[in-house]
Design a protein around this ligand. Structure first.
Ligand SMILES: Nc1nc2c(ncn2[C@@H]2O[C@H](COP(=O)(O)OP(=O)(O)OP(=O)(O)O)[C@@H](O)[C@H]2O)c(=O)[nH]1
Length: 600
């Protein structure tokens, strides 16, 4: 067991792309934690999708042994946390497992919205913070200006900020020394007390089952021990215990202050809750760690296989995904138009995209995604409240007293030049301005917005109106009543459930019209005329008509060339596969998403 005074547990907080992973890699490499041969870029991001998108979904940890200038050897445990707002709860829990943070700021960019959000999470967790200015190898870097900004905006002392280049390795030794000298050792920890450990995160491994990342507070975790999860009540026998370096390496035990992993024949990730307290089954600790809350999905959508024959494969794939992702939920759903599929819940839009991408790429299933929806609170006249996850399940409007929708507080940091466009965008999305301040030459705007207006394409729009210069962060703030109605879309007089959305009454006409126009472009012409309508209740509020066309693909290759004809027909068939039939009309897969994108 290592003495508390020789342990440093820390995380790295940064805005996306400011160099968090590159710095982590450099720290691992410069302490010879892995050999040159094993070194590959971004050691910590293990999943392919995460690697490609440069985002981290699960917390990762690595143990680094570092011989400091004073000649002593220290154990440095780095917890790498997810970097996206969708995973805010996981981030705040893993921050509580460590005592300090390196605040990495790109010296060419300065403080961004996620820098603020993440550093405030670290400050909330009582972290000691060491500011690190990265990318000083770039001519555009302005360390002095960024130091000033850190002091003005975040309010922490930046006079001793480190200036480094994670890419070239300049300044890395100073970072290691600062971790030892400026970050505190674990505050408490008594090996003789009953076991108390925090469940930091867990992941599914096909060979080992569920692997749980733990931080020991008191007591000692040992192989063979019978443990209990205090919230879920599950009991298990530890069969493996170890640390990540970053490859798994078994150890005999983990003492106070230490971070490592355990396996215990746990079947699925949903049996483990981030933030839960692990203790021994007998003579365990009495009070669990404070502040546990489960993460709950906030965005829902339907996922349906394009080809109905893929349904069983899809169910298998979803079960496999859910094994490793307790915050992804799904249940079977049937839709008149789309057949069998699943209603799925996600922590946010990025989470939705990641799951959908994995289903399509890793499991090779073509999907139709229905309009993402948030959870509405529908109050009926008899005083009951019903959670509405799917606009298709909306009760009879005559029984409804009022509807409440979830709201968020969004913070957007944007260069002054684009401020006008951002204000217009927020206004268009029914936002209420809460605050507007300046951070150097950039404006920090805070809006109260309906989550519903954000889940779809707000972030894309924000990026496009600001040419990528805005940064964005949000948190849920609660529910509020508004004048909301369900808008249906009818194609060839048949309602298409998957295109139903909840909209604000005042915006319904504009939305309806835009949607009908889009669908008119997206649906291919058929041999007959197709009316496309948007309606509220029985009332049509917008209408377009797609004119008829006779399309005979083989008409051009008269007679002779049979193989060519066959090829063309096959090609047409393949094109059809990506379509779905509604009554007599084929609607292409992309229509379901594109029709819902709003241009403002
Ligand atoms: N010139 C220069 N580029 C750097 C430096 N550090 C990181 N980069 C580059 O910046 C980009 C982002 O770095 P990452 O380490 O992936 O950033 P991150 O903060 O981990 O990003 P996410 O994992 O997406 O949150 C990469 O292309 C790096 O090669 C540096 O010191 N100098």
């Amino acid at each position: 067991m290592t003495e508390l005074s020789h342990i440093r547990n820390f995380s790295i907080v940064a805005h996306i792309d400011h160099g968090k992973s590159t710095l982590a890699d450099r720290l691992i490499q410069s302490t010879n934690t892995v050999s040159e041969r094993e070194m590959k870029e971004q050691l910590l991001d293990s999943m392919d999708i995460e690697r490609e998108r440069g985002i981290t979904i699960k917390a990762n940890t690595v143990r680094i042994e570092y011989k400091a200038e004073n000649g002593e050897v220290y154990i440095l445990n780095l917890i790498d946390t997810p970097g996206h707002v969708d995973f805010a709860y996981e981030v705040s829990r893993s921050m509580r497992a460590v005592e300090g943070s390196l605040l990495v700021v790109d010296a060419t960019q300065g403080v961004e919205a996620q820098t603020l959000a993440n550093v405030y999470t670290a400050i909330d967790a009582d972290h000691e913070i060491v500011p690190v200015l990265n990318k000083i190898d770039l001519p555009a870097s302005e360390p002095d200006r960024v130091k000033e900004q850190i002091e003005d905006v975040i309010g922490i002392d930046a006079s001793e900020a480190l200036e480094i280049s994670a890419k070239t390795g300049v300044g890395i030794p100073a970072v290691l020394e600062a971790i030892v000298k400026r970050l505190p050792p674990p505050h408490e920890g008594d090996a003789t007390k009953p076991l108390k450990a925090m469940l930091v995160d867990s992941k599914y491994d096909p060979y080992l089952g569920v692997v749980v990342i733990v931080r020991v507070i008191d007591g000692v975790l040992k192989k063979g021990q019978s443990i209990k999860m205090m919230k879920t009540g599950g009991t298990y026998d530890i069969d493996r215990i170890g640390v990540y370096r970053p490859a798994m390496q078994e150890v005999k035990e983990l003492g106070p202050g230490e971070i490592g992993y355990i396996t215990a024949q746990i079947k699925q990730v949903s049996d483990t809750r981030v933030g839960d307290t692990i203790t021994t089954e007998k003579k365990g600790c009495e009070t669990p760690l404070p502040g546990f809350k489960p993460s709950i999905p906030v965005v829902f959508c339907g996922l349906f296989p394009v080809d109905a024959n893929d349904f069983e494969d899809m169910r298998d794939a979803m079960e496999k995904l859910a094994l490793n992702d307790a915050s992804f939920t799904f249940e079977m759903e049937t839709s008149a138009a789309l057949g069998f599929g699943f209603r799925c819940g996600f922590l946010g839009l990025l989470h939705l995209e990641v799951v959908r991408d994995r289903l399509e790429r890793e499991y090779d299933i073509d999907l139709i995604t229905t309009a993402p929806s948030v959870i509405y609170h529908v109050y009926t006249k008899d005083g009951e409240m019903q959670e509405l996850h799917n606009p298709a399940d909306m009760p009879d409007p005559s029984t409804i007293d009022h509807i409440e929708e979830p709201r968020i507080k969004a913070s957007i940091l944007v260069p002054d030049d684009y401020l006008g466009d951002v204000l217009k965008l927020c206004q268009d999305r029914r936002g209420l301005q809460l605050d507007l301040t300046y951070v150097g030459s950039r404006a920090m705007v805070v809006y109260d917005l309906p989550l519903n207006e954000v889940v779809f394409d707000f972030y894309d729009r924000l990026k496009s109106v600001t040419k990528g210069y805005a940064s964005f962060d949000y948190q849920m703030i609660g529910y509020r009543e508004d004048n909301l109605v369900k808008m249906q879309v009818l194609v060839n007089d048949e309602p298409v459930d998957a295109l139903s959305t909840m909209v604000h009454r005042d915006r319904a006409e504009t939305r309806g019209r835009a949607m009908c126009e889009k669908l008119k472009d997206l649906i291919p012409r058929h041999m007959f005329k197709i009316p496309i309508q948007a309606a509220i209740g029985g009332k049509v509020i917008a209408r377009e008509t797609l004119s008829a066309l006779r399309k005979d693909v083989t008409a051009k290759c008269y007679g002779g060339d049979a193989t060519r004809k066959k090829k063309l027909l096959e090609k047409q068939k393949a094109g059809k596969k990506k379509m779905r039939q509604f009554g007599k009309v084929d609607i292409p897969q992309e229509a379901f998403i594109s029709a819902l994108k709003m241009d403002g």
